[in-house]
Design a protein around this ligand. Structure first.
Ligand code: HEC
Length: 136
């Protein structure tokens, strides 16, 4: 292996270590999630999906800082993207963010989110959950 490749390998390893480390720390912090009152089964399912798919490792539900933007008050807000344009966080944007995390990048955050393969019903559940979270 020549030197250049060794640098790439070591660099990639360190970045991965950082992401995994941060994820673990945030997961620990989030383990005692304060869950708001949800008023229907779809939103409850959204919360379960957010936990089982690891979304809450990067997205806090209480406004806390995370690897990704907090979900508290996310629904309906106007988000600024890295190119300076703005977008209103609605159902379509949330679904696009999940299916194509690369499509739009929120200002101040890294491109580290990976695609989750979720069914239409699961996507609806996550949207409903974040919508109710914004109403708290
Ligand atoms: C490894 C960390 C990570 C995980 C896991 C993750 N995300 Fe993200 N997510 C991010 C980051 C970072 C951003 C902001 C950068 C960007 O837009 O790509 C983001 C952006 C978003 C946005 C847009 C938020 C906004 O304020 O505009 C939504 C919606 C979203 N994620 C939903 C999800 C859902 C649903 C899951 C679980 C299925 C999930 N994310 C899992 C890191 C993550």
């Amino acid at each position: 292996m020549n030197k250049k490749w060794m640098h790439y390998t070591v660099g990639t390893f360190l970045v991965l270590l950082l992401v995994v480390g941060l994820t673990l720390i945030i997961r620990t912090v989030n383990s005692d999630l304060q869950i708001p009152d949800l008023d229907n089964a779809l939103a409850e399912r959204g919360l379960e999906l957010a936990k089982s798919n690891g979304c809450v490792a990067c997205h806090s539900l209480d406004g806390g800082v995370g690897i990704g933007p907090t979900w508290l008050g996310m629904y309906g807000k106007t988000e600024t993207l890295v190119d300076g344009s703005t977008v209103v966080v609605d159902e379509d944007y949330i679904i696009e963010s999940i299916l194509r995390p690369d499509a739009k990048q929120v200002e101040g955050y890294e491109k580290v989110m990976v695609r989750s393969f979720l069914s239409g019903e699961e996507l609806q559940a996550l949207v409903e959950f974040t919508r109710q979270l914004a109403e708290q």
